[in-house]
Write a protein that binds this ligand. Structure first.
Ligand code: ATP
Length: 431
């Protein structure tokens, strides 16, 4: 790893950095200090002509002090004061404001006492800081000040890999040191459309076969799974994770049915939860398994990955309900029947069920889902239980029953608009 006088790349990064929120401030601050460098995903994305999600920088020491300085520098131009979140124990900090974010880390060297363990960390040189990273394309540093200004420091092959669209680990122990890199590999493949260099692919396979994923906590794997689910191309990310053999290693009954997942996502309304839909789709086969207790297996799997109790509940409910809902949706003839079938179901279960519609009469289930999402689920009565009490109905369970019957008639288009018609209908429904 050595500095290269890569004037062309240097100019490219500096020019593009100036256009990013916070980029001008970083360039200015670089003039006053020797240790500031842009690194990681930010350099990679700027060289690829992409917009980085955030700007990653390293400093030699005192990331917290640098964060405060940057926040103060940004403050005059920002509508709201930038927030600086400091993690002094880890030597990292984040400065965030309404239009941008800068991640700051102290340069460090990492060593692994055992495969999958958290690394031991000490202050390090720029070269050591690059060596601890996952892939060559993420191991490029662009000094923003000091004697190396104008040069680029990178891991071997980094620039050529970036140009060729290739993901390559920095050393042969990378995946065994930190098996979460297997999921990162898949995520970058999907996001950047990069190929995996041959030896890296072999190392990934070997790490999986040797059970590397078992050396790392499920919580850390869960964090990477959530990052994959949050990708713009989340299905491609899951598919790449599956292709690597990671899904099978986590739970042999996980299946990604890509076309089904795509159809379901396309149907899910804007207030749905795409991440939960994708998890439920992965669990469909397990949910229908006749071996053991699928409920318990799904719970244990999601709990291990540290999905919250509410997420676990909704995901398992969706996976369990979807397969039988398709037929029920096809059979519902009236809007009120559809309401009865769907009102207690998650949006994700309904989208999945509709996507499983194997061409029933003219895609009946998909039509039903659309009708439910767009119109029927929003229909509300104008009257409430209070109105029925005021009209002399005795309190008790029949209040709910009368409101439900009236809603069914409203959904089926049997009532003219207005409170009066609803009240009359409710009163008529009394036995
Ligand atoms: P994103 O666009 O998703 O933010 P990124 O490449 O910036 O992509 P981050 O997760 O923000 O990714 O991490 C920043 C940098 O830290 C990466 O580019 C990489 O160099 C390094 N990094 C993060 N996680 C690991 C890891 N598990 N092992 C090695 N290096 C890592």
């Amino acid at each position: 790893m050595r500095p290269t006088t890569a004037g062309h790349e240097f100019g490219e990064v500096i020019g593009a950095l100036g256009e990013q929120p916070g980029g001008g401030e970083l360039l200015r601050m670089g003039r006053a200090r020797e240790d500031l460098a842009l690194v990681g995903g930010a350099v990679r994305d700027l060289l690829l002509g992409r917009t980085p999600r955030e700007l990653d920088v390293v400093v030699a020491a005192d990331a917290a002090g640098f964060a405060r300085e940057l926040a103060a520098d940004l403050a005059p131009g920002a509508a709201q004061a930038p927030s600086a979140t400091l993690h002094e124990r880890f030597g990292t900090a984040v400065v965030e404001w309404e239009t941008g974010r800068v991640d700051i880390a102290e340069r460090r060297a990492e060593t692994y006492s055992a495969p999958g363990a958290l690394p031991q960390v000490r202050p390090g040189t720029t070269e050591e800081d690059l060596r601890r990273r996952d892939f060559t394309v993420n191991a490029i540093a662009v000094p923003l000040g000091g004697p190396l200004l104008g040069e680029i420091i990178s891991a071997e092959h980094a620039l050529e890999d970036l140009r060729a669209g290739r993901l390559r680990v920095i050393h042969a122990h990378s995946f065994t040191d930190d098996p979460t890199r297997l999921l990162r590999l898949a995520r970058y493949r999907a996001r950047l459309g990069f190929e995996c260099e041959e030896l890296t692919a072999e190392l990934a396979r070997a790490a999986l076969v040797s059970g590397a994923l078992d050396t790392v906590s499920r919580a850390r794997i869960g964090a990477e799974v959530r990052l994959a689910l949050g990708e713009t191309e989340a299905i491609a990310a899951l598919s790449a994770i599956g292709e690597l053999g990671v899904l099978r290693a986590l739970e042999p009954r996980l299946r990604l049915r890509e076309p089904l997942a795509r159809r379901a996502l396309a149907l899910l309304p804007a207030d749905g939860r795409p991440e939960e839909l994708l998890m439920a789709s992965l669990l469909l086969e397990l949910s229908q398994s006749s071996v053991g207790d699928p409920d318990a297996a799904m719970f244990e799997f999601l709990d291990g990955l540290e999905f919250t109790a509410a997420e676990r509940e909704r995901i398992t409910r969706s996976a369990l309900a979807a397969p039988s809902l398709t037929r029920e949706m096809e059979l519902a003839e009236r809007p009120s029947e559809l309401h009865e079938t769907l009102c207690a179901q998650t949006l994700e279960a309904i989208a999945l069920a509709a996507a499983m519609d194997r061409g029933g009469p003219a895609g009946r289930a998909s039509e039903a889902a659309r009708e439910w999402f767009e119109r029927l689920r929003h229909v509300r009565l104008q009257i409430t239980g209070e109105d029925l009490l005021a009209a002399g109905i005795e309190p008790g369970p029949q209040l709910g029953r009368l409101l439900a019957l009236t809603l069914a008639r409203r959904l089926d288009g049997e009532l003219p608009d207005g409170r009066r018609a609803e009240l009359d209908a409710a009163l008529q429904a009394r036995v």
